[in-house]
Design a protein around this ligand. Sequence first.
Ligand code: CP
Length: 295
Amino acid sequence: MQHFLQISDLSSDDIETLTERALHFKYQGHYPHYTSSSVVNLFYENSTRTRISFELAAKHLSMEVINVDLQHSSENKGETIQDTLQTLGAMGITHAVIRHSQDHLPAQLTTLCPHMHVVNAGDGTHAHPSQAMLDFMTIVEQKPDMHLLKIAIIGDILHSRVANSLQCLFKIMQPKELILVAPPIWQPEVIHYGQITDNLQAGLADADVVICLRVQRERLKKEEFMDLETYRHHFALTPETFAWCKPDAMIMHPGPVNREVEIDSILVDGAHSAILQQVKNGVFMRMAILEALGR
Ligand code: CP
């Protein structure tokens, strides 16, 4: 694997191999040393989970880690991201982990530094492939037979790079059913996989896994704005709506969570929540991804 850009570049074997390796890291506890690798974190959008877990993953593998402080980088003097990346390549950096608001930018940057591995840590509304991989790991750890599962993804499907990457992943890994639940104003014209509905009860009925999405207020255009009380009334995961799922259903959320908007705190912190497991698994999955890219 030269770059890690989008789930549709992977096969089911790739997904299973990365997941097995991530689980091995999680339970085995001692790690290989890749001291000749160096990872630069270039985050042009805010992040807590993804940036820190890529940093921790690289450190666990004894890779050098550089977090670029973009407030004080030469991009503030007019340098382009292309020149920044080539500059880092010239220094011998082996892996660039990039988050950016522009769809497909990480893929466009891959031609600049032939010896550098580019990792997409979230590009605009297009893709967040490492999130989808850690979500898959978290699901199969608890519910190993994907083909038996009904999975519901609830929220702003239109703007969600997580939902895009999950649809691509489930298209490959084939759960029994994938249902996307969104108000009509947040439904895309084209979906990659699954069925879409605005009926929360139909979406949650007998679901094994519920993935709540963050309401991304920063991505909404004026005509896409929806009053949060109205959203909450029709689409929030609450103890009452969660009761439509199977009794042992798991609750997931990529974070950050808007408590009491898309999901109630009592569920975030409750026994069915796998949200902190997702965060924990993210470190091991990102170790598997960095390792698979090579030196
Ligand atoms: N899930 C996710 O991408 O979280 P961060 O924005 O905190 O990285």
